[in-house]
Ligand binder design. Structure first.
Ligand SMILES: [Fe+2]
Length: 398
């Protein structure tokens, strides 16, 4: 995934929220080193100074290099970071191969978290490199792939779900993050969910109807952000001779009206849904609808390097529940009833972020298929726009 990214590309931090690709690569190996290898008394760290450099937010681990200054790390070079990755991989492989059954049982849960952590950073690396490339007036492309275009649009339909007491949260044998536990009961009123994601063409109707100029459609915080930053369209969109274009991992492309709108903040998603006479789903509603659906869709490596129009002939419905674009929910990111932050540094993974952020569900076109599931909770601040975030509508059953 990193191979199209040059050493110069990998160095850049184009805004505070973006981490350099080089840093993502160092940090994901740092995670295995810190939480697995350093517990082995015989382990010799190849680069002791990386302990501070590649620590993201783990206060229990010690000092950190400040996040907004990651782009200033011209040293270590990309090659040195790749060497470090190889050394950590080799050491980890040695430990796993030589461990007794009891030792393996002890490290397996942490190794598994490390693998899922690396999958998260794979997606973040592409999310961030898109911003890096967009920041360059040459608008370079990560990939020369030709983006597909659908010839027609599926009508938006509504899927009803009855009210009831549902169980929410992870259950099963596989991996889940701590924020998906405990599974618990939740009463959900009857609701309807849209059969697909909101398309760019539908969002253009909102723009054309003055959606960005009508404060009555917006939350107060959202209206303030929109005025402060001059929002008039989704992030990465620009107008060229009367036509909307957008920056993608495949460079600048005309906006495909049938493809899902992407790179909208929670505030824009909320205003759009109000303008449509609908609302965003709660995370419980989303999970109720996804519970029996297979994990399939436009996910990492499967189809396309962009969010795509829904394919006709797909049977599972609603469409696009997995992949294409993360779906904003109207649920604040909060602990489930009975959630406890686990002890030790890994307790800092999720729990300490449960304030002021909103939950997103379903994954995007760069989320690995074996990473996402019905109970998976992503979270971002409501004004974030550089993520692959889109809109699915819900409405009450009256
Ligand atoms: Fe991380």
């Amino acid at each position: 995934m990193a191979s199209p990214i040059t050493a110069e590309d990998a160095q850049l931090q184009s805004m505070d929220d973006v981490s350099p690709a080089k840093w993502h690569m160092g940090h994901t190996s740092w995670f295995f080193e810190t939480f697995v290898l350093r517990n082995d008394p015989g382990y010799q760290a190849p680069r002791e100074e990386f302990k501070v450099l590649f620590n993201s937010y783990y206060n229990a681990v010690g000092e950190k290099h400040p996040r907004p200054k990651r782009g200033l790390l011209t040293r270590p070079s990309l090659d040195e970071v790749l060497d470090y990755r190889h050394e950590v991989d080799a050491a980890l492989g040695g430990i796993v191969e030589n461990a007794s059954d009891a030792e393996l049982e002890a490290i397996a849960p942490v190794v598994r978290v490390g693998l899922h952590h690396e999958q998260q950073h794979q997606e973040l690396m592409l999310t961030d490199i898109l911003h890096v490339y967009w920041s360059n007036p040459l608008r370079p492309a990560y990939s020369e792939q030709t983006l597909p275009a659908e010839e027609r649009m599926l009508p938006l339909e509504w899927h009803p779900y009855p009210e009831g007491l549902y169980r929410i949260g992870f259950q099963g044998e596989g991996f889940a993050f701590d924020n998906e536990y405990p599974r618990h009961r939740q009463f959900v009123h009857g609701f309807e969910l849209s059969s697909r994601l909101t398309s760019a063409g539908e969002f253009i109707e909102f723009i054309a109807d003055g959606g960005y100029e009508r404060p009555e459609l917006w939350l107060a915080d959202g209206w303030a952000k929109a005025q402060e930053h001059g929002w008039r369209a989704p992030f990465y969109w620009e107008r060229r001779q009367g036509t909307w274009w957008r920056m993608t991992l495949c460079g600048m492309q005309p906006v495909d009206p049938y493809a899902p709108v992407c790179h909208v903040s929670y505030y824009e998603a909320d205003a759009y849904s109000r303008w449509r006479g609908a609302r965003l789903p709660t995370e419980a509603e989303w999970e109720v609808a996804a519970a029996d659906l297979p994990v399939e869709g436009n996910l990492q490596g499967s189809e396309s390097l962009t969010a795509m129009a829904p394919r006709t002939g797909v049977t599972s419905s609603p469409l696009q529940m997995y992949g294409d674009a993360w779906e904003w929910t109207q649920s604040a990111y909060l602990p489930y009833p009975g959630y406890r932050i686990s002890e030790g540094a890994l307790g800092e993974y999720n729990g300490k972020f449960m304030c002021n952020q909103m939950v997103l569900r379903g994954g995007s076109f760069v989320t690995p298929e074996d990473h996402i599931r019905a109970s998976y909770r992503n979270f971002f601040y409501p004004d974030a726009r550089w993520q692959f975030t889109g809109i699915r509508l819900a409405r009450d059953v009256r």
